[in-house]
Design a protein around this ligand. Structure first.
Ligand SMILES: C[S@@+](CC[C@H](N)C(=O)[O-])C[C@H]1O[C@@H](n2cnc3c(N)ncnc32)[C@H](O)[C@@H]1O
Length: 192
C-alpha cells in the first residue's frame, strides 16, 4: 500500500495551491491529513462542521468534498488576504459560511451551538480555548488536530506546548482519542 497513491484531491485544489504559493502562504494542511478530513466529513451526513484556521481553503475544500448536500461548514480565519483566495474558489458553495475574525473572540461566542465535527487548525481551538471548543462538540462528534509531530516551523518552546496539549486531551474523561504518527501527526477524538 502507498497511502499517497490515488488521493483524488478535490478539483479546486490545484488552483488554490497555486494562488496560495503566489502570495507565499506556506501553511496549507497537507494532502494525507486532508484525505482523512474528507473521509471523516463523509461519516456525518447532514452534519454541522466547524473549521478553525481556514488558510487559503485547502482543508476547507477537502472537508466540503466529503460533506453531503445537507451538511454545513463554518470556517474561520483572521487573515482576509487568505480568505479572498478561499472565497474565489469555494465561495459559491451554499453549504459554506466564511467568517473573517479572531478565533479568540469567536470561539467563546459560539457557546450554545453544537457541531458534529471540528477541525482546529489555529491556536484558538487547540492551544487556546480547548475546553470551550470541546464543549461545542455533540456527543459522537469528532475533534481533529494535526501538526502534532515536530514541524520545521515550530518556534522555540513549542514542543512543550504540544506535549501539554496531548496530556490535556489524554486526561479528559469525555473523549476517546487516538494519536497517529502519520502525516504531520494527527489526534482524532470522539466526544462521549
Ligand atoms: C495552519 S494554518 C491553516 C491552514 C489551512 N487549514 C489550510 O489548509 O490552508 C493556520 C491558520 O490560522 C489562522 N489564524 C491564526 N491565528 C488566528 C486567530 N487568532 N483567529 C483566527 N485564525 C487564526 C492563520 O491566518 C492561518 O491561516
Amino acid at each position: 500500500m502507498n497511502d499517497l497513491n490515488n488521493l483524488c484531491p478535490p478539483k479546486e485544489i490545484a488552483a488554490i495551491d497555486a494562488d496560495g504559493k503566489s502570495i507565499g502562504f506556506n501553511m496549507p494542511s497537507e494532502p494525507l491529513t486532508c484525505s482523512l478530513l474528507r473521509v471523516l466529513a463523509a461519516s456525518k451526513p447532514a452534519g454541522n462542521f466547524l473549521e478553525l484556521g481556514s488558510g487559503t481553503g485547502v482543508s476547507t475544500a477537502w472537508i466540503l468534498d466529503g460533506m453531503d448536500v445537507n451538511s454545513r461548514l463554518t470556517t474561520i480565519d483572521n487573515e482576509e488576504s487568505l480568505l479572498q483566495i478561499l472565497r474565489q474558489h469555494l465561495g459559491s458553495d451554499p453549504r459554506l459560511t466564511v467568517v473573517c475574525g479572531d478565533g479568540d473572540q469567536i470561539v467563546p461566542s459560539l457557546a450554545g451551538q453544537e457541531f458534529d465535527f471540528i477541525f482546529a487548525d489555529a491556536w484558538p481551538g487547540k492551544y487556546r480555548f480547548l475546553d470551550k471548543t470541546l464543549s461545542l462538540l455533540k456527543s459522537g462528534g469528532i475533534y481533529v488536530i494535526d501538526d502534532m509531530l515536530p514541524q520545521p516551523n515550530w518556534p522555540e518552546g513549542h514542543e512543550q506546548k504540544a506535549t501539554a496539549l496531548i496530556a490535556d486531551l489524554e486526561n479528559r474523561s469525555d473523549l476517546k482519542l487516538v494519536k497517529m504518527s502519520w502525516a504531520s501527526g494527527i489526534i482524532l477524538a470522539t466526544k462521549l
